[in-house]
Design a protein around this ligand. Structure first.
Ligand code: UDX
Ligand code: UDX
Length: 462
């Protein structure tokens, strides 16, 4: 089966960059990204893309208007495509059965019903969104129960493994592409059709094909293992602080063991991002649903440890500032969940700022990419009242403005520019004692001490 027209439903962090790369690499394939959010589509069609990702502008510019299109005309775009990526959101359910753990599949189901309605002929439907295991069979059932007689479908799973901030690199040179499909003649043909698209630029040996359920589960397990490594090193960061050891030294020592490896061993104020917590909770729910409470409990602890890491960071600030931050100005550097992205979903900064505001601190944030509107809407969603935001929360456009008359300064995102701060100037701007809480362990500890700061650094004792 030759693919000439692709549609992706969902122009988010995943759908947009992934489709831009496919369009750039396959000039003979027409790629349309459709989304119901008009503002987002308008942004994709402008010079100011809705997603900040190094290298993305160039990739989009190379294909837009040629074979890459962003549109709100969802039905038409779905109808003409041979292959459809479904990349709509799958947030954690906030209500009813499985609340707080299960994935909310209403957008996925809505997408399947819409595809069924507009389809004729044969189409390949690809799950890009992270979904619970066995969703493909639900999609298949909806498609076949609601489509016209001449419409046929194959459903594939093709999870994304791209990390924000390095999405373009990850798309350009992925460790692997995973494609799951039904082990039937037409299932294999669909897998081959999708594999042939990626093989335009990804070496064939990196394209792994498997059955649907193994593919769906692999996505959850990959993220669960990555998150588990961070919770493991963060648990050790607390022990290092208590004993006077240095967590970066421990990470270096264990990371040189080739069986452990050096990546994902950086202690932090806690992991964030749209995937880790959601996928862990999904895995927990899956285990519970299949009668495996011990396995569920094991993975639940990874989330608990992450929550505790954020809580204990705030407690450290309050305790150090003589047990009260009421009315004290706290400069927060970084609000994004990690550097090189404007994404704030599940960012540790949300919980840290919320808890400081609840202690009646005056919180002043600087982040090079996140807008004030975004921060406010995240904090309101986290339960902070508008009145408290109005009276106690400010967003400024420089780390030095944030530091002015601050009782304490906390780094929550590892933006490169924070490594190059003029610390002497920061010190002169702050009230004394000048307390620093480095939630990313990126500042030079000895220099801070020499300049007269009172520093606390995640995972560094003594
Ligand atoms: C999404 C999923 O959340 C995640 O589980 C998966 O791993 C990858 O795809 P992301 O691209 O980051 O991640 O989500 P988001 O930025 O929220 O984009 C989803 C887009 O789908 C939004 O722009 C939304 O407007 C659009 N959408 C959603 C539709 O067009 N129609 C719908 O019915 C629902
Ligand atoms: C993750 C996965 O890496 C990616 O494969 C998947 O498809 C989507 O989810 P992402 O959430 O974009 O990607 O970022 P990632 O680099 O994995 O970081 C997640 C969080 O962990 C960030 O808050 C980051 O700061 C934190 N982190 C990461 C640490 O605290 N320490 C580390 O050593 C690595």
């Amino acid at each position: 089966m030759k693919i000439t027209s692709i549609c992706c439903l969902g122009a988010g962090y995943v759908g947009g960059p992934t489709m831009a790369m496919i369009a750039a690499k396959c000039p003979d394939i027409d790629v349309t990204v459709a989304d119901m959010n008009e503002a987002r589509i308008a942004a994709w069609n402008s010079d100011e893309l809705p997603v900040y990702e190094p290298g993305l502008d160039e990739v989009v510019a190379s294909a837009i208007g040629r074979n890459l299109h962003f549109t709100t005309e969802i039905r038409e775009s779905l109808a003409k495509a041979d292959l459809i990526f479904v990349s709509v959101g799958t947030p954690t359910k906030s209500y009813g059965i499985g609340a707080g753990r299960a994935a909310d599949l209403r957008y996925i189901e809505g997408a399947a019903r819409l595809i069924a309605e507009v389809s004729t002929g044969h189409k390949i439907i690809v799950e890009k969104s992270t979904i619970p295991v066995k969703t493909a069979s639900a999609i298949k059932t909806i498609l076949s129960a609601n489509s016209s007689e001449d419409a046929t479908f194959e459903v594939l799973s093709n999870p994304e493994f791209l990390a924000e901030g390095t999405a373009i690199e990850d798309l350009q040179e992925p460790d692997r592409i995973l494609i799951g499909g039904e082990i039937t003649v037409s299932g294999n043909a669909a897998v081959e059709a999708l594999a042939s698209i990626y093989s335009r630029w990804v070496p064939r040996e990196r394209i792994i094909t498997t059955n649907l359920w193994s593919s769906e589960l692999s996505k959850l397990v990959a993220n669960a293992f990555l998150a588990q490594r961070i919770s493991s090193i963060n648990s050790i960061s607390a022990l290092c602080e208590a004993t006077g050891a240095d967590v970066d030294e421990v990470a270096r020592a264990i990371g040189t063991d080739s069986r452990i490896g050096p990546k994902f061993l950086k202690a932090s104020v806690g992991f964030g991002g749209s995937c880790f917590q959601k996928d862990l909770l999904n895995l927990v729910y899956l285990c519970e649903s299949f009668g495996l409470p011990h396995v569920a409990e094991y993975w639940r602890q990874v989330v608990h440890l992450n929550d505790w890491q954020k809580t204990r960071f705030v407690e450290q600030i309050v305790r150090t500032l003589f047990n009260t931050v009421n009315g004290k100005r706290i400069a927060i550097l970084g609000f994004a969940f990690k550097k090189d992205t404007n994404d704030t979903r599940e960012s540790a900064a949300i919980q840290v700022c919320r808890d400081l505001l609840r202690e009646h601190a005056h919180v002043v944030v600087y982040d090079p990419q996140v807008s004030a509107e975004q921060m406010c809407s995240d904090l309101i969603a986290a339960g902070v009242s508008e009145a408290l935001l109005d009276s106690n929360f400010d967003v400024v456009d420089s780390p030095y403005t944030a530091a002015e008359h601050a009782h304490a300064l906390a780094t929550l995102t590892e933006w490169d520019e924070f490594r190059e701060l003029d610390l002497e100037q920061i010190h002169s701007l702050m009230l004394k004692p000048a307390f620093v809480f480095d939630g990313r362990a990126i500042l030079p500890l000895e220099k801070l001490k020499a300049l007269g700061f009172e520093p606390f650094m995640i995972g560094k004792g003594g």
